[in-house]
Design a protein around this ligand. Structure first.
Ligand SMILES: CSCCC(=O)C(=O)COP(=O)(O)O
Ligand SMILES: [Mg+2]
Length: 237
């Protein structure tokens, strides 16, 4: 028998939610920043790469040399811009890092355990991250807890829309095929949760002390439920 209060699906963010912000900022971003010039030089004429470089050039107003595009992209990495073109290119670059075992993706122990338990309990799991879908697959495919990709039923990135826009969550709900109020969204970013709630989803703020040393309680929660780890979610484990 299924418990009526259990969500029919769980949608999770990655950075700051399943995994530490510091791994993304201190390992993944510097790796991509360093590798960008060589990557663009070696693969910049491949259509799947050129498409994103051209998107950056268009955003900069038109004709740009590859060197200028690389500088723009490195600037966006420094600013943590969640731009779809940057995220697509980062994903391609990180593939080398994962495949040559330069690093594995960080995942909090409680997150790995809960994801496995929810999957075993039959709750479909989905990812929605600013990282591109290929980057998400690499991330969970080469995590500290091994290959977790079989746990997930679907993947969403900013090609579905920005994470702070309610329309993105409506499109995700349509793709998942469950009523919005039966889907639980987990994120470390209150504005993402606001947008998901506007679209009718259940929401929980994951407020990890390792990532956010000043707890976001009271008004800072915007009325979302708040936990400091997945084990506090009270779902079957
Ligand atoms: C999964 S790829 C690495 C994470 C990343 O690039 C990113 O921007 C994460 O953002 P999130 O939406 O998961 O907070
Ligand atoms: Mg996040």
């Amino acid at each position: 028998m299924t418990r009526p209060d259990l969500p029919k699906a769980i949608l999770t963010d990655i950075e700051g939610t399943t995994s530490s912000i510091s791994f993304v900022k201190d390992v993944l971003f510097p790796y991509a920043r360093r590798a960008l010039p060589g990557f663009v030089h070696a693969r910049g004429q491949e259509p799947g790469v050129r498409r994103w470089l051209d998107a950056v050039a268009t955003e900069m107003g038109g004709m740009c040399s590859d060197r200028m595009i690389v500088e723009v992209l490195q600037g966006w990495i420094d600013q943590d811009r969640k731009h779809t073109a940057l995220k697509a290119l980062q994903g391609m670059i990180w593939a080398d890092g994962y495949h040559s075992a330069d690093f594995t993706a960080h995942i909090y122990g409680d997150a790995g355990d809960a994801l496995k338990a929810w999957h075993a309990a039959g709750i479909p799991l989905y990812v929605y991250s600013s990282g591109s879908v290929p980057a998400q697959r690499l991330f969970f495919g080469h995590s500290d807890a091994g290959d977790l990709t079989p746990l997930f039923s679907g993947w969403f990135d900013t090609e579905v829309g920005g994470k702070r826009e309610a329309g993105s969550y409506r499109r995700i709900i349509e793709a998942i095929g469950q009523p919005a109020d039966e889907v639980l969204f987990l994120s470390d970013v209150v504005e993402e949760l606001d947008a998901a709630r506007d679209a009718g989803l259940r929401t929980v703020l994951v407020d990890r002390l390792q990532d956010y040393p000043a707890p976001r309680t009271g008004e800072a929660c915007h009325g979302h439920a708040r936990v400091e780890g997945f084990d506090a979610l009270g779902l079957p484990a």
